[in-house]
Design a protein around this ligand. Structure first.
Ligand SMILES: [Zn+2]
Length: 90
């Protein structure tokens, strides 16, 4: 799994440039896909309509840590997961 060539974060979405194309993921899609222990344990995720991305930090060399406007900062998104999320959305 190769890492993206470039990442561009905006409040409402993340643009990822892969070696074979560019994909965009919305902040809400990323937030709802979080697989951290707290989110997996929750029955339903309540999410603000105006949820946005506050910051993006590298998680080692294998992915990204995303920080959201609702204060959630536990989400680690490995490259394959970001790739999978991208593929499942047109
Ligand atoms: Zn989470």
């Amino acid at each position: 799994m190769s890492a993206p060539l470039a990442i561009e974060a905006s409040p409402d979405r993340l643009d990822i440039r892969w070696p074979d194309g560019t994909t965009a993921l919305s902040a809400t899609a990323l937030r709802s896909a979080c697989r951290c222990g707290r989110c997996r344990g929750a029955d339903a995720l309540t999410m603000a309509d105006d949820l946005s991305l506050v910051d993006v930090a590298p998680a080692g060399t294998y992915g990204l840590q995303l920080i959201f406007s609702d204060g959630h900062d536990r989400g680690i998104y490995p490259w394959p997961m970001l790739r999978e999320l991208s593929a499942s959305r047109p």
